[in-house]
Ligand binder design. Structure first.
Ligand SMILES: [Mg+2]
Length: 271
């Protein structure tokens, strides 16, 4: 029974445009050992192909089958809930592409769903239109609820911030599909074709990566190379199975040897 890995990207593989040391070696090691892995991102802006290109420019060569975005998870979820439906979209290419691929039409009035993703092209007219559609019965779907996104220049508002505005105006709660939602956590695992017991989630964010892993019964590894510091762990009622400084610390025989059983709770692998 081979283990398989769900790997977050921002804060784990790279920070903005900077590759995190050891990421290329770890991915190459997974390939060498023939262990299944998939990159899991709550960024809905890019298509699978766009992500492959971004990674390859950083020196990580993977195929589209190694990418799973919250835009894909959202589009698949909607296609299952209501095949061939319609959506009004506040979001960008990755989300539009995923919806089209899953049989959805993008409309600007009377949609089945208002779907919100990451983006910088949103304006107040769109928010106003979306509020009226929701008032008229369209269901509010969020690709994720991340309140903000780290960039090289500091934080920018994330999908969760846009959704909060729609929720406040309509008094309706969005359904969110991205991490930590079990919808995305489960479909990513199914994409790898492995069982829950075989699955390890590697991420840098407690509220999404680690919470999602804990709730699904996957093993979870927190890397401290992104948005979480070791001291932050005190604030959470749930904990990762393993904490390491960065992905470089996982590229060790001891880590791969840990795979037979659950990780020892909170053990730090690094010396
Ligand atoms: Mg991250």
């Amino acid at each position: 029974m081979l283990p398989g890995y769900l790997i977050d990207m921002d804060g784990v593989i790279y920070r903005g445009t900077d590759l995190i040391e050891g990421a290329v070696d770890f991915i190459n090691e997974l390939k060498k050992r023939d262990l299944p892995f998939i990159f899991l991102t709550n960024n809905s802006q890019r298509t699978r192909r766009d992500v492959v290109t971004k990674l390859s420019r950083m020196g990580i060569t993977v195929g589209e089958e190694h990418i799973f975005t919250c835009a894909m998870a959202t589009a698949r979820f909607l296609a299952q809930s209501k095949p061939n439906g319609t959506a009004y979209v506040i979001g960008e290419g990755g989300l539009l592409h995923a919806l089209h691929r899953n049989g959805y039409s993008i409309v600007d009035h009377d949609p089945d769903y208002v779907v919100v993703g990451e983006g910088r092209s949103m304006n107040f007219e769109m928010i106003e239109a979306a509020v009226r559609m929701i008032e008229n019965g369209a269901k509010l779907i969020a690709t994720n609820m991340d309140p903000n996104c780290p960039t090289q220049n500091g934080l920018r508002p994330g999908c969760g911030a846009i959704v909060a505005m729609l929720e406040a105006a309509t008094k309706k709660k969005a359904f969110s599909v991205g991490k930590p939602s079990p919808v995305m956590m489960r479909s990513a695992r199914q994409e790898l074709g492995i069982s829950s017991a075989q699955t390890t989630m590697i991420g840098d964010t407690m509220e999404t990566d680690i919470l999602g892993g804990v709730e699904m019964g996957y093993r979870s590894v927190l890397v401290l190379s992104g948005g979480t510091a070791l001291g932050d762990l005190d604030y959470y009622a749930y904990q990762p199975d393993l904490v390491v400084d960065s992905i470089a610390d996982l590229n060790k025989e001891e880590f791969f040897q840990l795979e037979g059983a659950r990780f020892p709770k909170m053990e730090r692998l690094l010396a």
